[in-house]
Ligand binder design. Structure first.
Ligand SMILES: Cc1ncc(COP(=O)(O)O)c(C=O)c1O
Length: 425
């Protein structure tokens, strides 16, 4: 049987039956076998020796990260909490790639001491890195993140001109800064941004990296044997959606260094790796009929922008292909009509889907949001302090709760730990 790569509707129904009515609402379902399948698909497509560092920000759930690591992936880490999670998971230092805009000297030292690869995104961190290296710290290598200056500038478009993620490839200070610390930086990195409409921005960022690497080498710098292409692989629907082989093909065409002997490739997939393995299931709370002929019905669900922030940020242009189940978990029958889905946060931006085809919904029905593994529980808003839902996961055909829901009482206590009016330090 080919490995599973998605959590589909039958899988969701099986998960809901296994979890039972008391599991919580909303509920996130994950397929850990599909995570393993997706890591295997990446490993099969990329040149041997490619390091796959799963972007923890996409899905910071221990069970999911363990599944990715067991299948051969390392971790890409951007914050102190993500680092602490990697420690808990026991992922070895050399299997970690540490970067992020808030990487400061302390995080740098911690990462270098553990033998992790560090990606610097500012030149002013070079002296600190050189000092730690001179002090004899164990280190897995140091990359410099270049800003590709490609893309359109949407909220997820970190590679676009004007965004501050990395050093501009044409920064006049770049060559001199690298020359001051010979041999310190052995890698170049780039990241195009997340969820583009095609592979084009990913390829453009790779081309920018390749051109910069060639230019620096021609100037006697380098040789930069480590090349990190970041993440950004789009998650598109339909048969023509790009897969790992398309990703490698696009990188190869844009950056011939992919096949250069002795080059170590790193990729940092987040959305593509974790998105399709998850589904968020919510309940219909209320339905407002279309206000006039040609208008659409609006369905309020127990999901919200706290769990589907990217859908809300794009005004409800949902990529989550919502499906409707009756309370008995059977697929809702009936003709589909364009429908809007909203959440219950007191915020006009809480729009989860606009004009998606759904049968007529009634309170108590369930709405399934597919491709919800990445950037949902890992990216949520805290408006209203709604507890994070429970997470159930399938492994080897069996479902189990891998993370109970946060409790409202615990969250309240976290905001008022003393339970009394005190202003002491
Ligand atoms: C440095 C870096 N690498 C990898 C990723 C993962 O990107 P994606 O989820 O689009 O694959 C991100 C996400 O923003 C990132 O900032």
């Amino acid at each position: 049987m080919p490995p599973r790569l998605h959590l589909d509707l039958p899988g969701v129904q099986a998960g809901l039956r296994a979890a039972g009515p008391g599991a919580g609402d909303p509920l996130l379902l994950l397929d850990l076998d599909a995570i393993a399948g997706r890591v295997a698909a990446l490993r099969a497509a990329f040149p041997p020796g490619t390091a796959i560092a799963a972007a923890v920000k996409a899905l910071p759930v221990g069970a999911a990260l363990r599944a990715a690591h067991a299948a051969g992936a390392g971790l890409e880490l951007g914050t102190a909490t993500e680092w602490a999670l990697a420690e808990r998971l026991g992922v070895p230092g050399p299997a970690r790639v540490v970067d992020g805009a808030d990487l400061g000297p302390d995080a740098l030292e911690r990462a270098l001491a553990a033998g992790a690869r560090v990606t610097l995104d500012r030149l002013d961190l070079l002296p600190a890195a050189a000092a730690r290296r001179a002090a004899g710290l164990r280190t897995g290598g140091i990359s410099l993140r270049l800003h590709p200056g490609t893309g359109q500038g949407g909220a997820l478009d970190t590679g676009a001109p004007g965004a501050w993620f990395g050093v501009a490839a044409d920064d006049p200070a770049l060559g001199a800064a690298l020359r001051r610390f010979p041999g310190l930086v052995d890698g170049l990195a780039v990241h195009a941004g997340s969820n583009p409409a095609s592979l084009a921005p990913v390829a453009a960022a790779a081309a920018a990296l390749h051109a910069a690497r060639e230019g620096l080498r021609a100037a006697g710098l380098g040789p930069f044997p480590v090349v990190d292409f970041g993440g950004g692989m789009p998650l598109l629907a339909g048969a023509a959606a790009p897969g790992p082989a398309d990703w490698v093909g696009a990188l190869r065409t844009a950056a011939p260094c992919v096949d250069e002997p002795g080059v170590q490739i790193i990729v940092e997939p987040g959305r593509w790796l974790f998105g399709p393995v998850g589904a968020l299931v919510a309940t219909v709370v209320a339905v407002r009929a279309a206000a006039a002929a040609g208008a659409r019905p609006t369905v309020r669900t127990t999901a919200g922008a706290d769990l589907l922030p990217a859908a809300a940020m794009t005004g409800g242009r949902s990529a989550h292909r919502p499906a409707l189940l009756r309370p008995d978990l059977g697929a809702a029958p009936g003709p589909a009509a364009p429908t809007d889905l909203v959440g219950a946060l007191c915020w006009a931006g809480d729009r989860l889907a606009r004009a998606v085809p759904l049968p007529a919904a009634a309170p108590g029905d369930r709405v399934v949001f597919f491709d919800a593994g990445a950037y949902t529980v890992g990216m949520g808003l805290r408006l209203g302090q709604r507890p994070r839902p429970a997470i159930w996961a399938r492994r080897g055909g069996a479902w189990a709760c891998v993370l109970p829901a946060e409790s409202a009482a615990d969250l309240a206590a976290a905001w008022d730990p003393r339970g009394a009016w005190e202003m002491t330090d």
